[in-house]
Design a binder for this molecule. Structure first.
Ligand SMILES: [Zn+2]
Length: 60
């Protein structure tokens, strides 16, 4: 297995780590017409408890 020959400089380490960024979560409106709450895709709606048009979780 390849092994690095030299220790990476603190500057290089820091400049690589400075590229770590957070991104805004993707949100899509709930497919339930009565709800339309923004929620992550492929997740049961936390507001109405529906997924793919049927109730899967008891609404809060
Ligand atoms: Zn909903």
């Amino acid at each position: 297995m390849a092994v690095p020959k030299r220790r990476m400089s603190r500057s290089n380490t820091r400049s690589r780590r400075s590229q770590w960024k957070t991104s805004a979560p993707t949100l899509a409106p709930c497919s339930n017409r009565a709800c339309r709450e923004l929620k992550p895709p492929h997740v049961a709606c936390p507001n109405c408890g529906q997924y793919a048009g049927r109730a899967v979780v008891a609404p809060a």
